[in-house]
Design a protein around this ligand. Structure first.
Ligand code: SGN
Ligand code: CA
Length: 516
């Protein structure tokens, strides 16, 4: 393990000699600097569902450091993405615009980095800007004084990074390494005279859910509670959900996803040569094999079938997913410690979010893409003592297009008219401030996992979804049916509300100038 990936990095970094050993040079200025404009530390992960965050009432894990941000700041309880997939969500965050307006409708386009983004506008206004970690937008980042990104999805172990200087491999576990590089940039690579924006973006907990060596035993002796609809039979809904290819039962791969087959053997390895088992060091491999081999032997001996096998797959999947989150939470603790130690915590906005939610067995699924709650919702917690009272809870229907106008306003920049989101700052001070009463959603990608394209609208209580290729509609009363198990689209009791939401959907299409 590299010295920088040690969890006690900051504690050993406190003393001058240890700091020198790590190559750290103390900053010239600390708390007094930038008194007027806050730093912005934007911590962003990949596929972290609200249901796996303590501050959102997780029943399956604990996240003390993310919860600290929420407890000392605000938690947005109804934050959503506008298109539940990676590159489109990231583009919406950067541009403050819906997918059709920023051009990133699926993971397949190349992001148009010439358009206005909040990092670029903050940079022009005198912020020092950096991006470290997952990017996934194909074009070179624009608007950053410094960038150091993972190619594509990035690898969990010993990942490559691409910077303006070229590609290099860094030894260590991805989440630790991204944090190390982030702390190093804040501490010694930036201009301390300027306020900073740092986007620290983790690969985890994205598929294929590979935990760090130190967390391989976490949860092993526990049974993680199952969601009530793990065995969803998809009755009561349209044909779309029945055709999904993201079930725990049938679509998780025994090697790549569930770690039963050695990844270098057979079909899984052929399909997914990027699994980072192949590039682990001997010690990393030894820890991995020591954890999984005996468990796999016991699994094979048990010869599970039917629902028992599905339950086992759920446990194997969710435990590895949660172990990846344990590393994220540890590293958020390190970032908070660093800001506190360097006297910058209280003049910084610290945000944690993730590009979309994820199915943790709900509807029998993993992955995202659908407009159903668990992947529509996007975590958002924010600490900013100057503007947010501790323990603030915000129920308003916020969305990822609101992030850019918020950060711009915080940095004293007026958002350009083409940004479609709204600054969240009025809500921070008054969670009951006037706000939109419906959000627009549109998923465009066709391909992996077989999710039909759809658009829709969600209000505080209702949701209308249109799978427009098959012209199928679904309608949910979220108060009566929070798990979305029964579409009420054809129920006469809801006819009026369905019609009302169709009008709202059209209004939103007009407001956002959606033409496709
Ligand atoms: C990969 C994954 C998918 C996942 C997409 C998009 N397959 O293709 O399961 O939905 O990424 O994820 S994998 O077998 O290659 O891991 S996204 O978060 O980047 O949009
Ligand atoms: Ca993602």
């Amino acid at each position: 393990m590299s010295p920088l990936s040690r969890r006690d990095f900051l504690r050993v970094g406190m003393t001058a000699s240890a700091a020198a050993g790590l190559g750290l040079i103390p900053l010239k200025t600390h708390a007094a600097e930038n008194a007027t404009r806050p730093n912005i530390l934007f911590i962003f992960s990949d596929d972290h569902a609200c249901n796996a965050i303590g501050a959102y009432g997780s029943k399956i894990n604990q996240t003390p450091n993310i919860d600290r941000i929420a407890r000392e700041g605000a938690v947005f309880l109804n934050n959503t993405c506008c298109n539940s997939i990676c590159a489109p969500s990231r583009a919406a965050v950067l541009t403050g615009k819906h997918s059709h307006a920023n051009g990133q409708m699926t993971n397949k386009e190349t992001f148009d980095g010439a358009q206005p983004t909040f990092p670029k506008l903050l940079q022009q206004a005198g912020y020092e800007t950096a991006l470290i970690g997952k990017w996934h937008l194909r074009s070179d980042p624009t608007g950053f004084d410094y960038w150091d990104v993972l190619p594509g999805q990035g690898k969990y172990y010993n990942p490559d990074f691409i910077s303006a200087e070229g590609t290099r491999q860094v030894f260590g576990y991805n989440t630790d390494v991204v944090t190390d590089l982030s702390i190093r940039w804040m501490q010694e690579q930036r201009d301390p005279e300027k306020p900073f924006l740092l986007m620290c973006q983790y690969k985890a907990p994205h598929r294929s859910w590979m935990p760090n060596s130190e967390h391989l035993d976490l949860y092993e002796d526990e049974t993680i509670p199952e969601p009530p609809n793990l065995f969803d039979d998809y009755s009561g809904r349209t044909s779309s959900i029945k055709q999904n290819e993201m079930t725990i039962a049938n679509h998780l791969m025994m090697g790549y996803d569930l770690k039963v087959l050695p990844p270098e053997e057979g079909r899984d390895a052929d399909l997914f040569p990027h699994t980072s088992y192949m590039q682990m060091s001997p010690d990393q491999k030894a820890a991995w094999d020591a954890a999984f081999e005996p468990r796999n032997e016991a699994f094979k001996a048990a010869n599970l079938q039917g629902d028992d096998l599905v339950r086992w797959k759920y446990q194997r999947y969710i435990k590895n997913y949660l172990r990846c989150i344990a590393s994220i939470d540890d590293n958020i603790g390190r970032l908070l410690d660093y800001l506190e130690w360097s006297g910058q915590l209280d003049n910084s906005i610290v945000v944690y979010s993730s590009d979309q939610g994820f199915y943790l067995g709900e509807h029998g699924m993993y992955d995202k893409r659908w407009m159903y709650e668990e992947s529509l919702k996007m975590p958002l917690v924010m600490r900013w003592p100057e503007r947010i009272a501790p323990g603030t809870k915000i129920d308003a229907l916020t969305q990822n297009i609101d992030f850019a106008p918020t950060f711009l306003e915080a940095g004293g920049v007026t958002p350009p008219a083409e940004m479609q989101g709204e600054s969240l700052i009025p809500l921070l001070q008054n969670p009951d401030a006037e706000w939109r009463d419906a959000i627009y959603y549109h998923y465009y990608e066709e391909g992996e996992h077989n999710v039909a394209r759809h658009e829709g609208v969600r209000t505080e209580r209702y949701k209308l979804i249109h799978f427009y290729d098959a012209n199928e509609w679904e309608f949910y009363d979220l108060e009566e049916d929070p798990y979305e198990m029964q579409s009420r689209y054809d129920d006469p009791e809801y006819a009026e509300e369905v019609q009302r939401l169709k009008v709202v959907l059209n209004d939103l299409r007009e407001q956002y100038r959606v033409t496709n």
